[in-house]
Design a protein. Structure first.
Length: 185
């Protein structure tokens, strides 16, 4: 069972399929918030308002196709995981094209009764990546705190001669360079 809360944006035009997918997700995710849309305009709105952790999408939709959804998603945030859950991708070439287009995976609807088993490894990978990014952000935050503490220390040093002033200014410039590199990451 995945214990990290997941925000899932589901793009599905059949209510029955949407309910089945939500039921299967609840089998493997302890806490999830799932929003369902069925067209590109609503998808755009929810993508910005809801800010999901992962997108699950059907391929055939009334007003567009899954690749349109995927492309908009990548333009918005190319790191956002995207998984197709569809009955359309029956041939290997189309499946390969979805992956080459940037999808994180795909699952056929004909496997709906075992969707949880097929979806679990993909969602676990997404959660693992979320946790890794969180750890990196925390390290960057701690480094910024350390840099600020060094600045405070440098401000409190009483300098007696010009050489010490020059050395402190060199230290400040080096810290500024490091800080700019860290902020760019």
């Amino acid at each position: 069972m995945i214990t990290t809360k997941l925000r899932i944006l589901l793009v599905e035009d059949y209510k029955t399929d949407a309910e089945l997918i939500k039921f299967q997700i609840n089998q493997i995710v302890e806490s999830s918030e799932i929003r369902v849309v069925d067209n590109l305009d609503d998808f755009k709105t929810e993508l910005q308002k809801f800010v999901p952790d992962v997108i699950l999408s059907d391929y055939n939709l009334p007003s567009c196709n899954g690749l349109d959804i995927l492309q908009y998603s990548q333009n918005y945030d190319d790191t956002l995981p995207f998984i197709f859950i569809t009955g359309t991708i029956d041939d290997d070439e189309m499946a390969a094209n979805t992956i080459l287009s940037g999808a994180s995976g795909f699952i056929l609807k004909k496997h709906m009764n075992t969707l949880a088993d097929k979806l679990a490894p993909l969602l676990k990978k997404i959660v693992f990546n979320m946790i890794q990014q969180e750890e990196v952000r925390e390290k960057v935050r701690k480094n910024k705190i350390a840099v600020n503490q060094i600045y405070d220390y440098l401000d409190k040093i009483q300098v007696d001669n010009e050489e010490q002033k020059l050395n402190i200014n060199k230290i400040r410039k080096n810290i500024d360079l490091i800080k700019k590199d860290t902020d760019a990451e």
